[in-house]
Design a protein around this ligand. Structure first.
Ligand code: TXA
Ligand code: MG
Length: 335
């Protein structure tokens, strides 16, 4: 099927209320018409997500904001102008057109304008917004390649292949209902530094009163258990786990060419650690590049049937905040 045929197919399926996996610049989404309760129900069904957990509504253009939200604040409009289309989700008051199915009954709605050209074309042609969570089963790793979605859902969902996602971690979610005290609910592709530079005020961080599935302690989780360790202890931890009969993998950040003494010590330590590990992935020290590869790296480690993945975290700054957030949640306690 040509790409144009695939786009036509995706639009036709969505138009008749089906769920379709669409590429966005952050991660692939499991999309359906936000205007159809039956279509939105089908997303929850497929994903295995509890119904009370709200979905993000995707718009073709910032102009649509006025139709789907109530009186967006000047701050919201300013952020929309600066970062849309792009990896920023705004939490606002919903207009009466927004179904309770999407908001899970919350008095708020999350909206964003994705930047991926295929997502935008599909939205423009539908002329209606799409509700879309990440295209993974509830609690699992987000997909950043079409194949990730096929691996997880097989033939149960039509996948529009838009290549590898350019951002690779989910959108930054910002509660901008209160103009004077905006709050970052989930770090993501747009950094705190970028938000604050645009808004000229500082942003609060951490959960508000809203239930955010991405904010559960264990989320974004591979099958293997994930344990966060410092580079200094990595070698010993890998050896001990391997000696105990575990199949061990390592995920780390930064390249071997690090210049200062501390960094080169860390590099030597982790090089030694590879001996006890069956698999190691080292992501680039450039955090933007690392974010792009993060989920694919975790999936490739997971595909090797490991019992444990030891992770050395990258710098908790810029888009590194989103990486650290996801890895901490992957390491969170499980039921
Ligand atoms: O980058 C993204 O945001 C991707 C792509 C597909 O757009 N979507 C995504 O959706 O990550 P999902 O459902 O996996 O995560 C959306 C998060 C959830 O944690 C949800 O609880 C939160 O957004 N959310 C949705 N509506 C909300 C609301 N009204 N207030 C606060 N959080 C909300
Ligand atoms: Mg998700």
């Amino acid at each position: 099927m040509s790409q144009q045929d695939s786009i036509d197919e995706a639009v036709a399926r969505l138009d008749r209320g089906e769920v379709v996996a669409l590429p966005t610049e952050t991660v692939y989404g499991l999309a359906a018409l936000a205007t159809s309760d039956a279509a939105v129900d089908a997303i929850f069904e497929l994903k295995g997500r509890p119904r009370a957990h709200p979905l993000i509504i995707h718009l073709a253009d910032a102009d649509w904001l006025h139709e789907w939200t109530l009186a967006p604040s000047a701050l919201a409009l300013r952020l929309a102008e600066a970062f849309w289309p792009g990896p920023l989700t705004l939490v606002l008051r919903p207009s009466p057109r927004v179904s309770d199915r999407v908001t899970g009954g919350q008095p708020t709605v999350a909206v964003r304008v994705p930047a991926h050209p295929l997502a935008r074309e599909v939205l423009r042609r539908l002329g209606r917004p799409l509700a879309a969570p990440s295209a993974n089963r509830f609690g699992k790793l987000s997909p950043t390649r079409a194949q990730h979605v096929r691996d997880e859902f097989g033939n149960a969902v039509f996948v529009l292949d838009g290549g590898a996602c350019s951002v690779g971690v989910e959108s930054t979610i910002v509660d901008v209902i209160s103009e004077g005290s905006p709050r970052i609910l989930r770090p993501g592709g747009v950094t705190r530094e970028q938000l604050e530079a645009c808004a000229g005020i500082s942003f609060l961080e951490g959960g508000g009163a809203v239930r955010v599935p991405g904010a559960l302690a264990s989320h974004y989780a591979p099958r293997a258990t994930v344990e966060i360790v410092s580079t200094a202890e990595l070698s010993n931890r890998v050896d001990a786990a391997a000696a105990a009969g575990l199949r061990v993998g390592v995920l780390s950040f930064g390249d071997a060419a690090a210049s200062d003494a501390a960094a080169s010590h860390a590099t030597a330590t982790s090089r030694a650690a590879v001996r006890g590990a069956l698999a190691e992935v080292r992501l680039p020290s450039d955090l933007t590049e690392a974010a792009r590869e993060l989920y694919a790296a975790l999936r490739s480690l997971d595909a090797q049937g490991l019992d444990r993945i030891f992770v050395c975290l990258p710098a908790d700054e810029g888009v590194g905040r989103a990486i650290v957030d996801r890895l901490r949640r992957a390491a969170g306690p499980r039921d």
